[in-house]
Ligand binder design. Structure first.
Ligand code: BGC
Length: 469
């Protein structure tokens, strides 16, 4: 990757450049970007094999792998035995949700839910502020829905950050991701922090299960589709979980002692290859984003594919191309604010099918005050968005393919996926599914399905499974 930055430095326009050299430099610069963002089948396979290697390593010793491979303590059970009233909380991205579920013999009869935007002070303040906000939101939910209970009801808590669990209802945060920096949470028992905040407010709920959003998504689908093998999130952050034989989790005797039972493993694939960047297709802009993030050196894979970073990658490329005279100079002088380009606009620009790309023109003018009068420049802007999305979709497909290979599931399997990147980015699914086939082979006939709000529902279902004897 050093080579790419060297080329880009070398391509800086010089005062004495002829017209021909300028045009050549422009083309070379774009080609450099394309060759990093459009990955060959061979490259995808190489990355997938390294990912499988890291999965094996992480199952035996976390310190020897960039994949943590965290046991969720959710074992494969027959969902049709689950019945009752359960509550669920979903914390992990921009929003926080509270849900109430009625389950009868494995079927969701009805549910009620409310969504709350997580204020900045809760994401970056203290533990008391964050858990206070969560418990206050539950109280508001109960007041709004006029819910009254005489005894404590079971609650499942989806907490979508790397968490070291020691049981289904015990675990501590390893490290924050996705821009959260709340103090006093890392290393603490999350179930206790939540239960204390709930009890202080006199709310009658008992936290019986803690889970990652990928696990919630897998379990939510499993209730209607017993062939569900993977749970994947492609949104603000990215990650996957899958069923693994308990005996293969050799780093944990409590788990491996369960032998042939299947346990759901939270891979935390966002950290893949972060240590040495052996195989990841890094652009100079990725290093820049990493350097300015709250967790430099970690989650490097996630930073290439997720919604939280997509807008910033695109902005940095726009600025670079503008400085080098490939795009109009006004871009470099206007799009100066770090994280100042919304990931959602990358999708909007990509979806612009208007002749002349006038939607792109309007977005840039109305929202960012950047006037791009030339249609050819607007096409180029759209192409940059496509390249960034292309890399994200191929890498996501590679990771899913690698996990399917490790799990030995190449047919008759469902991959349950949630997250805005997967749901709303034009072209994403098509490119991702092609990359899965590149890795697994053309015979691969797994189904990728959208499991909307799986992480929230899943926490309720997992709470229900945890109560089965
Ligand atoms: C977290 C994962 C989570 C993923 C998707 C990542 O930043 O580390 O635990 O599953 O985001 O929300």
């Amino acid at each position: 990757m050093k080579r790419l930055s060297t080329i880009l430095d070398h391509l800086q326009p010089q005062a004495g450049d002829s017209k021909e050299i300028r045009s050549l430099k422009k083309r070379m610069e774009l080609q450099s970007l394309r060759s990093t963002c459009i990955l060959s089948d061979e490259r995808l396979k190489q990355m997938a094999y390294f990912m499988i290697h890291e999965m094996h390593a992480g199952l035996s010793d976390e310190s020897k792998s960039t994949l943590r491979m965290l046991p969720s303590f959710v074992y494969r059970r027959d969902p049709s035995r689950a019945s009752g009233e359960y509550y669920a909380l979903d914390l992990g991205g921009t929003n926080f949700r509270v849900l109430q579920l009625q389950i009868q013999e494995g079927k969701l009869l009805k549910h009620r839910a409310s969504k709350f935007r997580i204020p900045d002070w809760a994401m970056t303040g203290t533990s008391d502020e964050l858990f206070g906000f969560i418990a206050d939101s539950i109280r508001k939910f109960e007041q709004d829905k006029k819910i009254e209970r005489s005894s404590r009801a079971p609650l499942g808590f989806t907490f979508s950050f790397p968490t070291q669990q020691t049981d289904i209802n015990a675990g501590s945060l390893i490290a924050w991701t996705k821009g959260f920096t709340t103090s006093g949470v890392q290393g603490k028992n999350l179930v206790k922090l939540l239960q204390d905040a709930i009890d202080q407010r006199g709310i009658k709920l008992e936290v019986v299960a803690l889970c990652n959003d990928t696990v919630g998504t897998l379990i939510a689908r499993l209730f209607s589709d017993p062939q569900t093998e993977l749970g994947v999130i492609l949104g603000t952050g990215s990650n996957a979980c899958y069923w693994e034989k308990a005996k293969n989790v050799t780093k944990n005797g409590k788990v491996s002692g369960k032998g042939d039972e299947e346990i759901c493993i939270n891979m935390e694939f966002g950290n893949f290859d972060s240590k040495h960047m052996y195989v990841l297709p890094e652009l100079p802009f990725d290093a820049e984003i990493d350097k300015h993030s709250p967790n430099p050196g970690f989650q490097r894979f996630e930073k290439m594919i997720s919604g939280f970073y997509k807008g910033e990658i695109v902005r940095l490329i726009f600025v670079q191309l503008s400085k080098n005279g490939v795009l109009p100079a006004v871009i470099a002088s206007t799009l100066t604010k770090r994280n100042g380009f919304d990931s959602a606009h990358v999708s909007d620009i990509l979806g612009d099918r208007l002749p002349g790309r006038h939607l792109t023109e309007r977005i840039l003018k109305d929202i960012y005050n950047v006037h791009i009068p030339d249609e050819a420049d607007r096409h180029l802007i759209q192409e940059v968005c496509l390249m960034v999305v292309h890399r994200s979709a191929q890498l996501s497909g590679m990771a899913i393919g690698a996990t399917l290979l490790k799990a030995g599931k190449q047919s008759c399997a469902t991959v349950a996926i949630d997250g805005a990147v997967y749901q709303y980015t034009p072209n994403f699914r098509f490119i991702m599914e092609k990359a899965i086939k590149s890795v697994v082979g053309d015979h691969c006939d797994v189904r990728c399905v959208l499991q909307k709000d799986g992480s929230g529902f899943g926490a309720g279902f997992i709470a229900a499974l945890s109560q089965l004897k």
